[in-house]
Design a protein around this ligand. Sequence first.
Ligand SMILES: [Fe+2]
Length: 337
Amino acid sequence: MTQYPAVVIGPLFPDGAKAMVDLCERFGRYGMYSQENVESDLGQGLGQRHDSVLNFLKTGGRFGRHEDLKTLARRTNYFREEYAYGQTTLIDGIAPYLNHTAFAEAARAVHDRPIVEPAIVFANLMVPGQELATHTDVPEFRGANRKVMPQWLLVAMHHSGLFEPWRMPIATGVAWFHDCEGGEFAYYPDGADGPPVAHQVRTNTAVVFDADSVFHGVDRIASNSDEMPPLKPGMHLTYVGDKQWVVIAEDGSTEVARYRWDELRFSVSWKAYCFADERARDTWRAGGDDLSLDVVLERLISDLRARERILGPLPSKAEIALMIIDEYIVFPEPTLV
Ligand SMILES: [Fe+2]
């Protein structure tokens, strides 16, 4: 059983969470998270996170609750916006979060690497009844990232262990700035075959871990209804004052749903590259020793042959894509209620 360190931080800010809640309101408008698409010859027609969607449909989520496709989509279409990218801040007041020393210290502990470069900060807003399917985050390798390769392939590459020399270790922090009913952060610090930990969300606290290796998700947020509003891509969530949030339809004006602040789940994610030394950081910056898609496929296919998943002639590209997901990304079993 592999054990992955997870560092719990709290309190994150000595003077409380109010500044971050104000910042969230000030930002005001949150689009629905829809994945950027990289069309690839391999696995044409597969969704970006075909791996976690497939597993979610198969298992019905962490608690094995099977529902129709439409409801499952509504439960997982949440809202997300970036607050910072590299050292570029997209809203005033985010710098203390982006460059928080507790995050950098925790990141060093998670990857045992001294050089930490914050890469991105983004906010996630989820509404009652929503949940986040168990997954690992999309990793990066030199020359291979979500801009040039499908996300499921990057995830499978990391789980295969075949591309470690090219991997860019990333530490992920997730922080919460209000209490939330339900919506536990569920993760598997002992690996997919170990027991899950359901971490209760509490204001002004954070967890830092290796989200590319550790399976994690968000349990369902408390709701007084089994019905979900018809949430779909193109909608956005907007702060309308007086501690109220409204989901607006694609037409930009029709109100789809209205929530009180305390019904939502608000988290802010932080990601940073972790380097062993300056030379490793400089190699990454200079773009040397990059992986190419051809090299990636060659390695995976010869490994699939060695594992006797491929016998004889090469299957179609679509079959290879599904085989890669199935062989390398081994999800935790659902927790039975
Ligand atoms: Fe994640």
